[in-house]
Design a protein around this ligand. Structure first.
Ligand SMILES: [Zn+2]
Length: 324
C-alpha cells in the first residue's frame, strides 16, 4: 500500500548563522495550511537575509516557511488533524501530523525562541498569544516569562492574550461533564507549549484575517522586529507595542447542535458585563459574565467545540519589561 503522505515533500528549513554568539530563533509559517501570511512573510525575510538587507550577525535564525506541507498543498487548515494540538514526540507515528510533528519537535529543541506566524478566520485586529508567568506548577512550569513578554511586546501588535492552557483544562472539564469523548491535556499542546516544555520560550502571532494581504506585512514586520529584539541584527530594539493584555478565563462550549456565538463581536473586542455573546440552541442567551473580551467567536461550532473564549484585562505582561 502506498503512503501518499510521505510524498508530500520535504520539510524545508533555511538557517542563517551569525558568526558571533547569540540566541537561536526559529520562525514557523503554515502550521495551518490555509494561512498564507506566514510563508509569504518568511520567504521575504529569507530573501532579505540572502540579499544582505537583513544581516544576521549574532546567534542563529531558522526559517520554516511551511511547517505543514500536506495541509499547505491541500490549502486546508489540517492535513489529517490539527498540527497545533497534541504536538509532542511520538515514537510510533499514527498520522501525518505525528510524522511532521516529530521533525518539528526536533527542530524546536535546537532553538531558544519561537515566533509562530498564523492568521484567523473572520475579522479582527492582529494579536499575539503568549504563555504563563514564571511558575513551578504541574501544567506548564516556566522560567522565561520576562524574555517571552519582551518578545510578545516587540512584534508591533497591540493586543496580547495569555492563559490558553489553563483555559483548556476548563474545556476538558466541560467535555467530561457532557459525557463527550475524553481528551488528554496534551491535546492543548501546540508549538508554543512544546517549545516552553523544551526549555525555550515562544509566541504565536495572529496576523489578521486569512486572506488579508496586509497580514503578510504584519508578519514580515514582526520577523524584523524579533531579529532586532534578540539582537541577531544590528538595530535598535523596537518600541513595546502591546496596549491591551487579556487573560483567558472562561470558555463557552457547544453543548448541543445549534449553540453558537452571537453579536458583532470579533476577537479582542471589549464587551460589557451582560452583553449577549452567544445563544443556546433552545434560544437562551449567554451573556458576558463581567466586563471583558470575546476571543475566537464561532458561529458554527460542532458539539464539544468552543463557541468562544472569554477574557479579562490582565495585570501582567504590559510590555514595560521589553525595554530592559
Ligand atoms: Zn493558525
Amino acid at each position: 500500500m502506498t503512503k501518499p503522505d510521505l510524498d508530500d515533500g520535504p520539510l524545508e528549513s533555511v538557517r542563517f548563522t551569525g558568526l558571533k554568539p547569540g540566541p537561536k530563533l526559529i520562525v514557523l509559517g503554515a502550521v495551518h495550511g490555509n494561512e498564507p501570511c506566514g510563508p509569504t512573510a518568511i520567504r521575504r525575510a529569507i530573501e532579505d537575509c540572502r540579499s544582505g538587507s537583513l544581516k544576521i550577525l549574532r546567534g542563529e535564525v531558522t526559517f520554516v516557511p511551511v511547517a505543514n506541507p500536506k495541509a499547505w498543498r491541500q490549502k486546508t487548515r489540517e492535513g489529517d488533524r490539527n498540527l497545533n494540538r497534541d504536538l509532542r514526540e511520538k515514537p510510533l507515528a499514527s498520522d501525518y501530523e505525528d510524522r511532521i510533528g516529530n521533525h518539528l519537535c526536533a527542530l524546536l529543541r535546537q532553538h531558544d525562541a519561537l515566533l509562530d506566524i498564523h492568521s484567523f478566520r473572520g475579522e479582527g485586529e492582529p494579536f499575539v498569544f503568549f504563555g504563563p508567568d514564571d511558575n513551578r506548577g504541574e501544567l506548564e512550569p516556566f522560567a522565561r516569562a520576562d524574555e517571552e513578554a519582551a518578545l510578545a511586546s516587540c512584534l508591533g501588535v497591540a493586543i496580547g492574550i495569555h492563559g490558553w492552557l489553563d483555559n483548556y483544562t476548563k474545556l476538558l472539564a466541560i467535555r467530561a461533564r457532557l459525557d463527550l469523548p475524553r481528551l488528554s491535556i496534551t491535546e492543548g499542546y501546540g508549538t508554543t507549549e512544546f517549545m516552553r516544555f523544551a526549555g525555550g520560550y515562544a509566541v504565536t502571532l495572529e496576523c489578521g484575517t486569512h486572506d488579508d494581504p496586509q497580514a503578510a506585512e504584519i508578519g514580515h514586520v514582526a520577523i524584523r522586529n524579533t531579529l532586532a529584539q534578540l539582537q541577531l541584527i544590528e538595530a535598535p530594539k523596537p518600541a513595546a507595542a502591546l496596549r491591551d493584555v487579556i487573560e483567558m478565563v472562561e470558555i463557552l462550549l457547544c453543548e448541543q447542535a445549534g449553540d453558537a456565538a452571537e453579536g458583532p463581536w470579533r476577537t479582542g473586542d471589549a464587551v460589557p458585563a451582560g452583553a449577549i455573546i452567544a445563544r443556546r440552541a433552545d434560544g437562551a442567551p449567554v451573556t458576558a459574565p463581567r466586563d471583558g473580551f470575546v476571543i475566537f467567536p464561532n458561529k458554527a461550532p460542532k458539539l464539544g467545540e468552543a463557541i468562544c473564549h472569554f477574557g479579562i484585562a490582565a495585570k501582567r505582561g504590559s510590555g514595560q519589561r521589553s525595554s530592559s
